[in-house]
Design a protein around this ligand. Structure first.
Ligand SMILES: [Zn+2]
Length: 504
């Protein structure tokens, strides 16, 4: 394998080869911006989402989860503003007809940050900077706005105009009244949703970074606008130190600052305690997933990147080889969505306070992508290990595809039968284990290291005499000998602590 490849390319290669994630419709040449999870990837994704649910939804008393439809009538997107505002600047090569996002082209060839500029400005910069088609050098068209909703029609004969949802948030607003009433909810309360969203991106790229179909985990937290600083959980997280990149620092060309969440709210750098609460939790969550703190930061959106109704947006960004990328968007959406849907539907989307007052709640929204964090985790957990002789993934046990591999030392003398027995016992106890007897024991270690399995159980000749096995630690390759009966307890400790440290 040529050594010149970047770490990202190695991760992409691993993903394809080991059934983690790969292009959709690959045998037909693929379709840009669509990827499919394989048997190993789907396990990691499922555990990642389950961990998110545990950490952000189940741990709260007042966050309810729903599952809405992917296709919604266009009336919804008229009200939400997506028909009008959900656009990206498009330019097309006049010779080869390739399409590009004009802002990306400009940013790549000049380093200027131009996101949010109107199409006329972008056209002007394209001309001034003499930017031509990166594929063939041809002349580029004037920039025009392109709507990113993925359109469809429902029913026969042209049917009703509809779109695939561009964010899971909309179902939550549409169902607000039902949830509020059926759960007898009181402010503050949240509604969460996990599911697919779709954006007809002009130029999907960078593997899982810009996709046309992707998964989101979103929470809409509804609060009384006068009580945005009444957040019970805030006390628990106020001393969490985060890395904050304010709009001011960005303008002055300064770096991120390390600051405690409590202090950042006090100083008015973060708009309120509810947003601070979610931001602190996000920071802690990503640390627990193996992302180093220096690769994490919250970037305050610049005014030109922020929707007009927003009262403050912070993106949690994770660093990749190609720079920092948004992985979570935190938005203070105010009462914009509920107000608009009230107006357009004629349905009153308000709550009655204990004092008998009718108000439209404000919304604080932490919105997680799944694919970008998924890639970030693989990227930061990827260990290039010359000494060991193979590269491996240092995945945290709570999201590793399997907790352990179970191997007979050799495939004879009754060892496979004994190993199968151990494997079945563990599987029946609910642990994710994988059995492998093919090839040398070294090759089998390599195969599970590569997909991030934290433990390897080896059944050898001594096992037949005293029912003990060796347990090998992926991170250190250290081994300990334990009784078969102890395995379940060891696995549970590794899962609970999300670490193998106190076993080895
Ligand atoms: Zn061209």
């Amino acid at each position: 394998m040529p050594e010149a490849r970047s770490k990202t390319e190695k991760v992409v290669e691993l993903c394809k080869r080991r059934g983690i994630i790969f292009p959709a419709a690959e045998i037909y040449g693929g379709i840009a911006g669509f990827f499919e999870y394989g048997p190993v990837g789907v396990r990691i994704k499922r555990k990642l989402i389950e961990d998110w649910r545990k950490f952000f939804v189940e741990s709260e008393e007042n966050i309810y989860e729903i599952e809405g439809c992917l296709i919604l009538p266009d009336k919804v997107f008229e009200a939400s503003g997506h028909l009008e505002h959900f656009v990206d600047p498009l330019t097309q090569c006049k010779s080869c007809k390739a399409m590009f996002r004009a802002d990306n082209l400009i940013e790549e060839s000049t380093g200027k940050f131009v996101e949010g500029l109107p199409p006329e400005e972008l056209t002007k910069i394209l001309r001034e900077e003499r930017i031509s088609c990166p594929k063939c050098g041809g002349e580029l068209s004037d920039v025009k706005m392109f709507n990113l909703l993925l359109k469809t029609e429902v029913g026969p004969a042209g049917g009703e105009k509809a779109s695939l949802r561009p964010e899971t948030a909309q179902n939550i607003f549409l169902n607000f009244k039902r949830i509020y009433q059926s759960m007898r909810a009181k402010l503050p309360f949240g509604v969460a949703q996990v599911g697919k969203s779709f954006r007809n991106e002009i130029s999907p790229r960078q593997f899982l970074v810009r996709l046309r179909e992707f998964t989101q985990c979103e929470i809409e937290m509804f609060v009384d606008p006068r009580k945005v600083n009444e957040c019970e959980g805030f006390e628990r997280v106020k001393d969490v130190s985060i890395r904050l990149y304010t709009a001011e620092a960005q303008r002055k060309g300064e770096r991120e600052m390390e600051i405690k969440v409590g202090e950042a709210v006090e100083k008015g750098l973060i708009p309120n305690k509810w947003m601070g609460y979610f931001m602190a939790k996000e920071f802690l969550w990503f640390l627990s997933l193996g992302i180093p703190r220096e690769a994490l930061r919250f970037r305050q959106m610049l005014p030109e990147e922020t929707p007009h109704y927003s009262k403050g947006n912070f993106d949690l960004e994770i660093e990749f080889e190609f720079g920092f990328k948004e992985c979570v968007g935190n938005a203070y959406r105010s009462d914009y969505d509920l107000r608009r849907h009230s107006q357009f539907s004629g349905e009153e989307l308000a709550v009655v306070t204990p004092e008998g007052e009718k108000i439209i709640p404000h919304v604080i929204e932490p919105s997680f992508g799944v694919e970008r964090p998924f890639l970030a985790i693989l990227y930061h957990c990827f260990v290039e290990d010359k000494e060991r002789g193979w590269n491996w993934l240092a995945l945290p046990p709570k999201i590793s595809p399997f907790i352990a591999g179970v191997f007979p030392l050799v495939s004879k003398d009754g060892l496979p039968e004994k190993a199968k027995e151990v494997y079945k016992m563990l599987k029946e106890s609910g642990f994710d284990v994988v059995y492998d007897e093919k090839g040398s024991i070294g090759k089998r270690y390599a195969r599970i290291d590569e997909i991030g399995v934290p433990l390897a159980i080896t059944i050898d000749y001594q096992t037949l005499q005293d029912d003990t096995v060796t347990v090998r630690d992926r991170d250190t390759t250290k081994q300990v000998r334990v009784k078969i009966l102890e395995l379940k307890d060891i696995f549970q400790r590794v899962v609970d602590k999300n670490s193998t440290k106190d076993i080895f």
